[in-house]
Design a protein around this ligand. Structure first.
Ligand code: 5GP
Length: 201
């Protein structure tokens, strides 16, 4: 078995909490963080690109890769019909090369990752008020009232699992939430380029 030299970071949180924005801002501010591109059987949404947002796989291809043990973790995300999974190839070679890899996955996936990589830095993003999720999902306007209600039911279940994470960050203000996560990662040993440039010689 190879020695893990890099660090693995998992970010989870209920639908509508602002994870995608937070992750995008983190990747902009921390060039040393590399995202793992998940695989899914769900169809791409408008604007999503294969290999960048997800590896979009057919159910047959996904099943074949599961049989070949190509996934670090995979599951049918609660409340959805589609499969989602983290490919070993997206994570292990980068960790072995000393990189920091970030996954945005659900709670079930996080528990599987922890079995293989117990030192994973797990971060759960929470809303400041439960109603925040409802407001965001309604404002986003991408889902029917029924789909929003289903997502909220899943969100309530996920909020009850936040204690399984090593760190919890409240997203009342996105800049502060991102700053909070950067601080967690620095304390865990991430040397940001920006921080080392700011340091006097
Ligand atoms: P969406 O379909 O909105 O892009 O993602 C739905 C959910 O799937 C999110 O909660 C996200 O965290 C989760 N997810 C995305 N990729 C993965 C993955 O590779 N593994 C697991 N377990 N969950 C994932």
């Amino acid at each position: 078995m190879s020695i893990q030299r890099g660090s693995l970071v998992v970010i989870s949180g209920p639908s509508g909490v602002g994870k995608t924005t937070i992750l995008r801002m983190l990747l902009e501010q921390l060039p040393e963080l590399t995202p793992s591109v998940s695989a899914t059987t769900r169809p791409p949404r408008a604007g999503e690109r294969d290999g960048i947002d997800y590896h979009f796989l057919s159910p047959e291809d996904f099943a074949r890769r599961r049989e070949n043990d190509e996934f670090l973790e995979c599951c049918r995300v609660y409340g959805r019909d589609s499969w989602y999974g983290t490919l070993v190839d997206e994570v292990t070679p980068r960790l072995d090369a000393g990189q920091w890899v970030v996954l945005e996955i659900d709670v079930e996936g996080t528990l599987s990752v922890l079995e293989r990589y117990p030192d994973t830095i797990t971060i759960f993003v929470e809303p400041s008020r439960p109603e925040q999720l409802d407001e965001r999902l309604t404002r986003r306007g991408t889902e029917s009232a029924e789909a929003i209600e289903r997502r909220l039911e899943v969100a309530r279940r996920e909020l009850g699992q936040a204690h399984l994470y090593r760190h919890r960050v409240v997203n009342e203000n996105v800049d502060e939430a991102v700053a909070g996560i950067i601080e967690i990662l620095r304390q865990a040993g991430l040397e940001s380029v920006a921080a080392s440039e700011a340091r006097p010689c």
